[in-house]
Design a protein around this ligand. Sequence first.
Ligand code: FPP
Length: 260
Amino acid sequence: MPPSFWPFGRSKDAEPEQSLIQKIDPHRIPQHVAIIMDGNGRWAKRRGLPRVAGHRAGVQSLRRVLETCEEFGIRYLTVYAFSTENWKRPADEVNALFDLLVEYLQRELDTLHDKGVQIRAIGKVSELPENPRKELERAVRHTANNDKLILNVALNYGGRIEIVEAVKAIARQARDGQIDPERIDEAFLNRHLYTADVPDPDLLIRPSGELRLSNFLLWQSAYTEIWVTPTLWPDFGRKEMIQALVDYQGRDRRFGGVKV
Ligand code: FPP
């Protein structure tokens, strides 16, 4: 049951998937969807299972959501898999998360490749343990020429450190006389982010009812539509994704302007 402050109404839960699909305008599909895959731990706890069982179920959700993105022609999907703050978790959980990543890439790479999915990673990937880092690099190389859907996996990612790294790189160029500081603008800074050649997310989905960004895509989300659902990530699937798309299309995006 959604909490009492829930702003999106309750009746929608009852709306069948088929009638939701009919509401989707194929010409207004978001180009880039970002997801904070939250609630795995709570999902496991409610079932008396170890937290890692929640993460494992979360991988199945990723698979379902990726398929739904393919179905509706979404070009970019960015998922928050491991934040720079997630190192604070017990070592067992951290290791299990990286094992799941390796397992996912080993098992799914060929299928993803055949579907034309390009895998990319954003974050301080060079600081990941060797095994997941190598597996990731292999997946990135293997799918580099695909362009049907870009799957951006945020790993060891933090929005603030991303901006700090960009500022450092720009400051070095200024120090070395390569750029005129007066010419630094938003587009210039943007080109120094991990997401340099990716459009800003149109839609950010946060399952599990939390109402915060948690250091995810801080710069890029300036005008992103945020959609929150109480559904925990392991229970998130095609229907929730379709509901998010319908609600997104009902939003009035003005980017700070007025409607004409
Ligand atoms: C947050 O839920 C989830 C994570 C920190 C990890 C997300 C990872 C996966 C879904 C699987 C691995 C990813 C790939 C790409 C194979 P939480 O643990 O904070 O949940 P809680 O808030 O309920 O405790």
